[in-house]
Design a protein around this ligand. Sequence first.
Ligand SMILES: [Zn+2]
Length: 592
Amino acid sequence: MSSVRVSPIWCLALVAFAGCHRDAPTELGPETAAVEPAPPPAPTAAPSRITPAMVAVADAIEGDDVRAVVAEIADDRYMGRSPGSPGDKMTRAYLEKELAKRGYEPGGEGGSWEQPVELVGVTAAAPARWTFARGANRVALERDTDFVASSGVQAPRASVDGAEVVFVGYGIEAPEYDWDDFKGVDVSGKVLLMLNNDPDWDPALFAGSERLFYGRWVYKYESAGRHGAAAAIIIHTTPSAGYPWHTVQASWGGAQFKLPAGGEPHAQIEAWITEDAARRVLGPDVSLDTLVEQAKRRDFKPVPLGITTSIALRNTIAHTQSANVLGILRGSDPDLADELVIFSAHHDHLGVGAPNPNGKPNDRIYNGARDNAAGVGTVLAIGKAIAALPERPRRSVLLMFPAAEEQGLLGSEYFAKHPTVAPGKIAADVNYDAPNIWGATRDITFIGLGKSPSLDAVATEVAAYQHRVLKADQFPERGSYYRSDQFNFAKIGVPAFYLNGGTDFPDKPAGWGVEQLDAYIERDYHQPSDELTDEWRFDGIVQDAQFGFYAGIIVANESKLPVWSDRNEFAATRRAALAAAGTDSRADSPAH
Ligand SMILES: [Zn+2]
């Protein structure tokens, strides 16, 4: 985590930790112990921004409150909450009722609870086989086993006809890293074969093992579209994706939703193939390993493979509508009440689909209990605590439940393009997605730590108050910062907390926490088995809800507006947004 930046308070804590270890000067020779100089006076701690009133309502946050929400919207009756489905409508109605019950007002345009989000559902019928030819040699791939293909266009038909396959390495253009996989080569009309992830071997290059947006499938397909490619094929390996092939099968089966096309270019076909299938397509004369080594070089150039292919998808287009659900609690300070702190958790999931071959036969409902009914429950519980404060926060608080997150962060993308207040008036977002269901922890993961010194300082203060170790993303290679709704807030310059629980469980052996997470990804992530069970523990969820509550309220009461570190990819957008909103005079100026 080379990009991690820590605030001064955090440094203090570090010294304390290390200190107690370093306090054993005996290692330096016992006889000097007698004349130890008096310890320096304890530094005067900044007055805590966590007030007794905040503690009182935070302590009233209950696991049963969150459980009740999960038990409701993750129930089979909601049919996996697919966008635009009856279950989606039931979920939105339930959320609006819960928001009103907790003292919130409609937060959408014109006094509505909802911000409608138009969606185009494209269900692509791919052929059972996809053939690649080099001269007389033909290799046929099997649908689902070897490849999944979806349509990049919102039209009844998507096709590629006799196009050449070109290997483009990672398919990345990143001037800030002096990296360009295309080198000006015209690949329009070609089929691009791409590696997943971004270069991960050098901390100075693409932040080393941390996956940046460049390493996300979304970026790869957008990159292929920008180059006028006919198709884009990402080679799947579990390490480079961060999840197994059956997650790809599950996530790309069925309807793919998008916001109505707005003119951004897309390839006709957006596909994945397995590593084994890629090796078969390349044939005995071309080594995938050699291509991968080439791709790692800064002087890499696209490699025409002398292979051609054709494929056509018959698309069923369905127009549907979902909605972001918004509830607002007006702030108490007339100067700041038109500014927001947003707490967000997406309300959708994957709906009904194929049973997991390794799971319960015939279980076709993707309940999405941890992902993300538990996040929704967490935000509602925080909302209840905020409304119970004797004095309202100075800024207004918006509880936001984005739609269609699983389809590519679509609801928050729509909000980011149609925000209810100017981005320069949004202080921060606190996002929850797939909270910790395994119990209280001694640490907490702040995905995004190091990107905003303003938020780092707040998180450090709250972690110290909770006597927890604040950690940055513990699986940076998964690129989680770009995989949930906070990313769309960041794109319009809004600094965001993505709080994701801890892995250090006091009553469990070391490594147990990581084992639970890995087992969840292997067995339940985006599977029908992501359900509420008796094994769930809610004390970790409550701990993390309290963390977000404290952090959000501290930001809501601060006159200063949080900013990013100077070199951060979103810093310039923030500066422009604050200037546009006339709030730049109150931009935070933390010690960088
Ligand atoms: Zn999620």
